[in-house]
Design a protein around this ligand. Sequence first.
Ligand code: AMP
Ligand code: MN
Ligand code: MN
Ligand code: MN
Length: 286
Amino acid sequence: MMALDLHCHSTASDGALAPEVLMVRAAERGCRVLALTDHDCTQGIAVARQVAQQHGLYFLAGVEISVTWRKRTLHIVGLGIDETHPELQAGLLSIRQGRIERARQMAADLERVGIVGAFDGAKTHCANLDMIGRTHIARHLVATGVCKDVAAVFRKYLVEGKPGYVKHEWAQLADAVAWIRAAGGVAVLAHPGRYPIGKQLMTELLQEFISYGGEALEVVSGSHSEDDNRLFARYARQYELLASAGSDFHGPGEGGRDIGWTQPLPADVVSVCSRFAGAQAALEAV
Ligand code: AMP
Ligand code: MN
Ligand code: MN
Ligand code: MN
């Protein structure tokens, strides 16, 4: 295992823990290099950076941008961004707009299948209203006993074809990569094993991503199987992409991996940490 985690969420987006709590948890678990990568916003970064550094973590500012590519939703992580960069901030603002309306629409759809009050309920689980989304609705439906856990809510209500799913147009892939690069960051295709696409489409996606300036692939992810990790290590080598690793931790008991540690990257890929001198040094000191 490796004391590296370049993908996690706080209450600034759909994580269950406040950024300062998250950083303390990571440090207590022995993490050395950490990136906070909230969805479509950077509000958690300032406090996370301060607390992470107080606890001896090497901290990278990050973000996970929601993208619509050929009618599918993809996530692009940006690592080592200047979170104050105006082009990045304007882009993130543009995709946050519409979330509240979407959540209302999801709640209206759920009402038709007998679930009332999902919008107000979701709000009680959401610290940053303009980032309200499916996870907040899911936590509300778990808290009110509609489903046993968040994963079950998604299966029954919140994925395409289910009664609470509302289609949404996110950022363009080219724009998301451009915003990250403008802010000085490295663009990473997040959890590639989660996308239901075959080899041909994955090849087209990687080629397109690279053509826009994408530089890394999340080879190790909390939502990958070990086979996925091996498969995407091969893609990383083939396309000369840097390799990233992250838990995608959202909250205690919400499945996947806890924050702070990831499986080691295969020896024959180049770690994205090689782009951040201090990160490499912090890992070697473990
Ligand atoms: P949204 O941006 O509102 O569409 O919400 C997307 C978030 O929902 C993702 O970042 C995950 O945290 C969560 N999510 C998506 N699919 C699932 C799933 N099948 N099970 C549990 N959580 C999921
Ligand atoms: Mn999420
Ligand atoms: Mn994601
Ligand atoms: Mn994520």
